[in-house]
Design a protein around this ligand. Structure first.
Ligand code: ADP
Ligand code: MG
Ligand code: MG
Length: 476
């Protein structure tokens, strides 16, 4: 069996045209949808979420490795979130110069001072990887980052399996269609939310999706909502503004928004500085953090997902401290780390600057931002670093080795973009879900995966950012 899509399929223009028609219709019928840019808050006009025509060949071993590691990554994030001294040390330099991280950190400190009012913790995250093609040509799974806040596309990726299987069958590749692994993150993510809701213990209370002002990607979230309703867990969608206007805590710190008691706040908004358009939005975040509602994520878990924490974990011995009795787990996690370098003031940071300036194409410069489109590459690294190498602003960034995956050919189906064969790079994500009450881990699972693919001309990714598109692994 060929490892990828055979050339006679890939290059057959008439067949490709038919397949594209089938693919777009199937995407719409499966609900792999986005609202259009012009009307992001109305479902009158929708289109398909961008996706690849074909699934992308991915070797089975690193795919399974990513899935197997996920429960350990869940544990790691959860442990970090419970270690205020670690977070303080790791983020000290960053918060001195990065206002957004500093504000989040202040909320974290205030919650610590007041004492947490809820012992139930709900974590939904996605650890992202690329397969690095080392100098020896051997592929190795390397982590790009972990998202502990609003990790998206768990909904859509629950539907693209059938979509790609159908396309392969129509292309006459019946046997290959079985090489696409099953995937249903929506059910697994919802299962964890439902568990947290149940532990909260009030049937009247709702799961509140804290949603964006611009809701183009509503359908991805809807899949999780429907999975919750299937389990008779009530959900509601509210914006920061709604919480500003009507959010309150009762004497037991129960959170009420628009008259509804909130058992779980599932944040799908609030990870970018621009999400907080006024001081009232920050007040609303603090109100939710203080409340008895289960927060997904809570403020400490949000901070545990910063790129600065990722870099600090890569320092010798740091990761190992979180797994004192399981050195093999620390070893497995560390094996997925790429080179990560501090830009703190001092000799280590100076060394990083010199290294980056000498070979900028080997690295990615990352600020503490999320959502795609924020990283700095190539000659721009030099411009930015030259501009601040003596200054403390550099502490807002980390430097990372650039991972070099093997390109593969595919067609990217993007609304209004010309159909053409593209050289593509893929990023694999593993979805993690866990629930803890006090010291008891109630649930800790890997609940599925996401493959995203982008044209190799793009350095940065992100489906919502319009660069990467949904994909599936074709295992070999
Ligand atoms: P964000 O939180 O904005 O998603 P990421 O760290 O995931 O930030 O970076 C965004 C994109 O940039 C990734 O999806 C990937 O395409 C690219 N990227 C990030 N880090 C690396 C790296 N070390 N090597 C190669 N590409 C990278
Ligand atoms: Mg990312
Ligand atoms: Mg991210």
């Amino acid at each position: 069996m060929a490892q990828g899509i055979p050339d006679d399929v890939m290059m057959n223009a008439a067949l490709i045209k038919d397949l594209v028609d089938v693919a777009k219709d199937a995407a719409l019928q499966q609900g792999v949808l986005m609202r259009i840019q012009e009307t992001p808050n109305s479902s009158e006009m929708v289109t398909y979420t961008s996706f690849t025509l074909f699934p992308t060949p991915v070797p089975k071993a690193p795919f399974l490795q990513a899935l197997a590691l996920q429960t350990h990554y869940n544990t790691l994030v959860d442990k970090i979130s419970q270690d205020p001294d670690f977070l303080q040390d790791a983020l000290a330099s960053t918060i001195a110069v990065d206002d957004f991280t500093a504000r989040l950190f202040r909320i974290h400190q205030q919650i610590l001072k007041e004492g947490r009012s809820q012992s139930i913790v709900l974590g939904l995250n996605r650890s992202d990887y690329m397969l690095d093609q080392g100098e020896d040509g051997k592929l190795s799974l390397k982590q790009i980052e972990i998202n502990t806040f609003a990790a998206s596309f768990g909904g859509h990726s629950s539907r693209t399996t059938d979509l790609h299987r159908t396309i392969l069958k129509v292309a006459g590749l019946l046997e290959d269609s079985q090489r696409i692994p099953d995937n249903n993150p929506a059910a697994g993510l919802a299962g964890a939310v439902a568990k947290a809701w149940e532990l909260y213990g009030s049937e009247r209370a709702v799961v509140m999706f804290l949603v964006e002002d611009n809701q183009r990607n509503v359908f991805d979230q809807r899949f999780i909502e429907y999975e919750l309703w299937k389990r008779n867990v009530p959900t509601t969608r509210k914006r920061f503004e709604d919480v500003c206007k009507s959010g309150s805590l009762d004497q037991d710190k129960r959170l009420f928004v628009d008259g509804l008691e909130v058992a779980v706040v599932y944040f799908r908004n609030g990870y970018m500085p621009q999400n907080y358009v006024s001081e009232q939005y920050w007040d609303a975040r603090l109100l939710m953090e203080r409340s008895m509602a289960v927060k997904c994520p809570d403020i400490s878990t949000h901070l545990a997902g910063t790129k600065k924490v990722q870099q600090v974990l890569a320092k010798p011995g740091v990761l190992e401290k979180f797994f004192p009795d399981q050195p093999q787990v620390a070893e497995q996690i560390r094996a997925t780390f790429a080179g990560l370098y501090t830009l703190d003031m001092g000799p280590d940071g100076d060394k990083t600057v010199a290294m980056a300036l000498a070979a900028p194409d080997r690295f990615v410069l990352k600020p503490q931002r999320e959502g795609g489109g924020n990283n700095i590459y190539g000659s721009e690294i030099c411009e930015v670093l030259e501009g601040m190498k003596e200054g403390t602003e550099r502490m807002a960034y980390i430097l990372m080795d650039k991972i070099l995956p093997t390109p593969s050919k595919n067609y990217l189906l993007i609304r209004d973009a010309p159909l053409q064969i593209s050289n593509c790079l893929s990023e694999l994500g593993a979805f993690g879900a866990y629930v803890r009450r006090g010291k008891d881990t109630v649930m800790n699972e890997c609940v599925g995966h996401l493959l995203r693919t982008k044209g190799s001309e793009h350095s940065d990714g992100g489906v919502a950012a319009g660069v990467a598109v949904l994909d599936n692994p074709l295992l070999f």
